[in-house]
Design a protein around this ligand. Structure first.
Ligand SMILES: C[S@@+](CC[C@H](N)C(=O)[O-])C[C@H]1O[C@@H](n2cnc3c(N)ncnc32)[C@H](O)[C@@H]1O
Length: 203
């Protein structure tokens, strides 16, 4: 019934599709207290760590936030990498100025590890988006679902989007990948910015 392309890749990097991060920061500035974010195709962790860094940068400019990120993926091997939080110097060197030292500890010449404060914000767990049961509980302030729906057929995409809607807070945001447009789900989500959606029904 559901079709998942066997040719999925785990390609990801820190601050991929970087225009999303200022939008997330702006959204976080409207919130206070407990904030919950779901990153539903987290791969090796660069995406949830980018979300966590964005949250800490936003918090350091005044807002009092307690941000929890649940990072899920189909593939338990990539989840293990994410939970460990160790990345190569080449990737760390590409981070925006100052972030490497603020958020990562040097392990050796080649590797850096996410600091405990960053790692503690993220819970990594397995979840298959096409399973009938999801092990996450909303409501979320934001869902990041980037560069995974491209592997699903249209009906599967729609089914997943239908299940996202009630998991998002009324003012929550859905961030998708650059080549993922959900014009077939206009009853559920309306475009709020470049590849950022909000719920149509705010009830
Ligand atoms: C190309 S990576 C994108 C990673 C990240 N979201 C980004 O945009 O950089 C796609 C990820 O989706 C995961 N994936 C593929 N099918 C999935 C499914 N049915 N449920 C959950 N994750 C899935 C893969 O394991 C892979 O880690």
């Amino acid at each position: 019934e559901h079709f998942v392309n066997a040719l999925t890749t785990n390609l990801t990097y820190f601050f991929r599709e970087e225009h999303h991060f200022p939008i997330l920061a702006e959204h976080l500035r409207t919130l206070s207290g407990e904030v919950n974010i779901w990153c539903c195709a987290a791969s090796t962790g660069e995406e949830p760590y980018s979300l966590a860094m964005t949250a800490l940068e936003t918090a350091s400019s005044g807002a009092r936030l307690n941000v929890n990120i649940v990072a899920t993926d189909l593939d338990t091997n990539v989840l293990r990498v994410g939970a460990e939080g160790i990345y190569g110097a080449e990737a760390i060197n590409k981070l925006p100025a100052g972030m490497a030292n603020r958020y990562f500890d040097r392990v050796d010449d080649q590797r850096w590890r996410a600091k405990p404060a960053l790692r503690q914000m993220i819970r990594f767990q397995q979840l298959n988006l096409v399973d009938t049961q999801w092990s996450v509980r909303g409501p979320f302030d934001a869902i990041f679902c980037r560069n995974v729906m491209i592997y699903f057929d249209r009906d599967t995409q729609l089914a997943v989007l239908r299940r996202f809607a009630p998991l998002l807070k009324p003012d929550g945001l859905l961030f998708v990948g650059h080549s993922e447009n959900f014009y077939h789900a206009t009853d559920l989500f309306r475009l709020r910015g470049k590849t950022v959606y909000e719920r149509v029904s705010k009830a």
